[in-house]
Ligand binder design. Structure first.
Ligand SMILES: [Zn+2]
Ligand SMILES: [Zn+2]
Length: 342
């Protein structure tokens, strides 16, 4: 049997000659430096915590950062019980952390304080964006002379919202520049993987052709070749709603999807699926915007009478079963005859 040199109590085991209570009494188990510097990105406002840039409120960032810097002097297994801070000026905080430390089988609370100084800097991502950093370029062009404004806007919105969503998961994903040029649009993209994914999304959406080329731009510090990849997506002339030629027959292009398209015959209203690899054989006969509008005079499925849009004669048109006929219908002329466009 041993005894505590301070309180004289008989105990089985002593620590530095003391019983557990006397050993723990008044002792510091954690410490913090006099001050610590917390980095904040002056551009995006994120804080550098736990070795990465994260969004946070200033108060939470200050308190989390103080806890991150706590050193356990004696004992182990530390848990933050409470942390609080007091603003001295907008860039200086007095932060206190109460931690739980496990020592010799006992759980003890320990308090430590520090001055947290908030320092402005620019995170790696923001400095790359500011420097127009890119590893790949996506060029979107059209088979036609130029990409029309509507499609261009649609592509830009689709790409930007996809990247915005992805950048929340991976901070290294961003677009540093969007440039409308040569009848198309160029995107300067932060990574090769992201460029490849976006090129596929855009070409799938429109059933476009996708080509890539690599250019050697230098060497990495460890001697690896460094490439910049250019993805060229050429969008076809056809769009959903156009009347197209397929195997010398006329169809309306109903929709385009990643694995091909769906077309409906102008003459017998039968629908066919066209595989992606065969989509390039579709040729535009009349664009959607060039189709005629004919006023309906009478009738309902399977046949209606309309006024010819140019000479105003009455024309009979076959329409599919179940078609809902409004006041006007879309029509197309093929070899001198007029047809209803389903
Ligand atoms: Zn004692
Ligand atoms: Zn930033």
């Amino acid at each position: 049997m041993r005894f505590c040199v301070k309180c004289g109590k008989d105990v089985e085991k002593t620590l530095d000659g003391l019983c557990t209570e006397c050993y723990l009494d008044g002792r510091q188990f954690t410490s913090l430096p006099h001050h610590v510097d917390l980095e904040v990105c002056a551009v995006c406002g994120e804080y550098y915590l736990g070795g990465k840039w994260v969004p946070s409120s200033k108060k939470n960032a200050v308190e989390d950062f103080a806890f991150e810097n706590v050193t356990v002097l004696n004992g182990n297994r530390i848990k933050c019980l409470e942390s609080f801070s007091e603003e001295q000026d907008p860039r200086t905080f007095l932060a206190t952390v109460i931690s739980e430390v496990s020592i010799e089988g006992a759980e003890v609370e320990s308090e430590a304080s520090t001055i947290v100084r908030v320092k402005n800097t620019v995170c790696k991502r923001c400095s790359r964006i500011q420097g127009s950093y890119y590893e790949s370029i996506l060029q979107v062009r059209s088979e036609e002379r130029a990409l029309d404004e509507d499609t261009m806007e649609q592509v830009v919105n689709m790409v930007m919202s996809y990247v915005d969503q992805q950048s929340r998961i991976n901070r290294q994903y961003f677009i540093s520049k969007v440039e409308k040029m040569h009848g198309g649009v160029d995107f300067y993209i932060s990574s090769i993987a992201l460029g490849r994914t976006i090129a596929k999304i855009v070409s799938d959406k429109y059933s476009g052709e996708n080509k890539e080329s690599a250019k050697l731009v230098g060497r990495t510090p460890d001697g690896q070749d460094m490439y910049r990849i250019t993805y060229l997506v050429r969008l076809p002339e056809f769009k959903a709603g156009d009347v197209v030629l397929w195997n010398n027959k006329h169809y309306k292009l109903v929709r385009v999807f990643g694995t091909g398209g769906r077309i409906i015959s102008i003459k017998d209203f039968k629908e066919i699926t066209v595989r992606r690899s065969d989509m390039s054989a579709l040729k535009v006969y009349r664009k959607k915007s060039e189709l005629g509008n004919a006023t309906v005079i009478s009738g309902g499925p399977p046949e209606i009478q309309v006024l010819h849009p140019s000479n105003y004669s009455a024309v009979d048109l076959r329409v599919p079963e179940g078609a809902i006929i409004g006041e006007t219908v879309k029509v197309v002329d093929i070899d001198g005859s007029m047809y209803y466009v389903p």
